[in-house]
Design a protein around this ligand. Structure first.
Ligand code: NDP
Length: 458
């Protein structure tokens, strides 16, 4: 192509999806540019998965100090140093930002800094400079929604939680989804007094009812004060503290109020209208199964499409786009059996359908449930319990749902997800030898299905 303003692929957003697409396309020989306003790596690296998991590790140490006593280590928990955790996190995130840059530079991707605006399906303006491309990929991610109550602007989003100037002794969390549950668990573990306000009657809508209920009990045992059916009515500042007034008139004092009530696609100000890119009701970019938007030369992947807001899904979608544009065009993404984990304390992980979804989709199902205190906690003194649940479609004997609440649930469920995508049946699970003594072995030793309570007919 002619010069440095013309590209085969122009990527807007250097988060998980954008960086993956840019690198792979360049490796296929395409001339690629990527533009970013913020730090490289997007939400996941800077204010999402990575810092969250680091802080979750930090929070688990508090339990470890307690639990060590039963194993002959009568250690006193040292004072937690919030400043040190923040500083070490910042160093690690900067290192990752540099790794992302090195990956792009190494693949000969042109890295641009600035705010992009589509002029047409083939033209982009970046702070006054024009670029042309055969294909455009929008991978601008999402942002947290704000609280629409009086004083809602006093609440912070998850973006701010990793760098709070002072550790909050009292934290109020609004929401019952992934972010709310994770932040409630982490800050409770680090020593905050945490109250979680959930408008509905359960945590984690969309997850298996029994599993979410079990998690709520376990989080409660660790000290998160979960208040179901509770709405925030207003927020006020009162000197150095915040006052949260609830729907029933009760008031809570807090140092920080976190709003974790969902995320929306970053589509404003991108000039999508000018390029003929259609948006959905929530402001998300609408795409077909090849991630093509209503403008044939413009593609979109990841959170900006507001379908499955998970990093590995954005990566997989990016690979499909690159394959379509510069490869064989044979790849498609199958959205069934996408595993995910919620890094609460204890962790929750899941793959496949919930019991209710499976009944609707497959008709008769059998469920197998095991609840126990793990071997470690026989000496640790912790009352934490583990839950494992299998959902099996009767007609095919296929395991269609696998759920866990317990230590390292994500590590375990990842492996089972492979088996389930391969179509493993309950008979295959039963014929698999367990690894003893582990919690995971219970997944292959559950023999008695849960007996369903029959409706009473009078
Ligand atoms: P979620 O959609 O998971 O949860 C939003 C929560 O906020 C729900 O409990 C919802 O309640 C509640 N809510 C919505 N509006 C209001 C309101 N006006 N007042 C009170 N409560 C309200 O969003 P998150 O922000 O937690 O996370 C966004 C996405 O990011 C997730 O869906 C997930 O895909 C991804 N993510 C993944 C993680 C992981 O893989 N570990 C970690 C963090 C995020 P209701 O159920 O009643 O609608």
């Amino acid at each position: 192509m002619a010069d440095d303003t013309e590209f085969d692929l122009f990527v807007i957003g250097a988060g998980s999806g954008g960086v993956r697409a840019a690198r792979l396309a360049a490796q296929q020989g395409a001339k690629v540019a990527v533009v970013e306003t913020g730090k490289l790596g997007g939400t996941c690296v800077n204010v999402g998965c990575i810092p969250k998991k680091l802080y979750s590790y930090a929070a688990h140490y508090a339990e470890a100090f307690e639990e060590a006593h039963g194993f002959g280590w009568p250690v006193q928990a040292p004072a937690f140093d919030w400043e040190r955790l923040k500083a070490n996190r910042a160093i690690e995130i900067s290192r990752l930002n540099e790794v992302y840059e090195a990956v792009l530079v190494g693949a000969r991707v042109t890295m641009l800094r600035g705010r992009a605006r589509l002029i047409s399906g083939h033209e982009v303006d970046v702070d006054g400079q024009r670029f042309r491309a055969r294909h455009l990929l929008v991978a601008t991610g999402g942002h947290p929604v704000t609280l629409e109550v009086p004083g809602g602007e006093l609440a912070v989003s998850s973006d701010a939680m990793f760098d709070l100037p002072r550790f909050p002794a009292r934290l109020v969390v609004i929401g019952g989804g992934y972010i709310a549950c994770e932040m409630a668990s982490i800050f409770r573990g680090l020593g905050a007094q945490v109250t979680q306000l959930v408008r509905g009657d359960r945590l984690l809508r969309g997850f298996d009812d029994e599993v979410a209920g079990f998690l709520a009990v376990e989080m409660g045992k660790k000290g998160v004060d979960i208040r179901l059916g509770t709405r925030l009515q207003r927020l006020d500042r009162d000197g150095g503290r915040l006052l949260a007034t609830l729907h029933d008139g009760h008031r809570l004092e807090a140092d920080v109020v976190l709003c974790a009530t969902g995320r929306r696609a970053n589509t404003r100000g991108l000039g999508l209208d000018d390029a003929g890119v259609a948006l959905g009701d929530r402001g998300e970019i609408l795409v077909d199964e090849d991630y093509r938007t209503s403008a044939p030369s413009v593609f979109a992947v990841g959170d900006v499409t507001d379908r499955v807001q998970l990093t590995p899904v954005a990566l997989a979608e990016a690979m499909v786009v690159v394959d379509r544009l510069f490869g064989t065009g044979e790849r498609r993404l199958d959205y069934d059996f996408i595993p995910s984990a919620v890094f609460t304390h204890p962790n929750l992980a899941t793959v496949g359908w919930t019991e209710a979804e499976a009944r609707e989709r497959f008709g008769a199902v059998r469920t197998f449930v095991s609840q126990f205190r793990s071997l470690k906690h026989t000496l640790s003194g912790s009352t934490e319990r583990t839950l494992l649940k299998l959902v099996v479609a009767d007609a095919s004997d296929r395991v269609v749902g696998l759920h866990m609440v317990g230590a390292e649930a994500g590590e375990m469920v990842q492996g089972f997800a492979v088996a389930m995508r391969a179509g493993a049946t309950k008979a295959v699970f039963d014929s698999t030898i367990g690894i003893h003594p582990t919690a995971a072995e219970e997944f292959v030793t559950m023999r008695e299905p849960v007996v369903q309570k029959q409706p009473i007919h009078r």
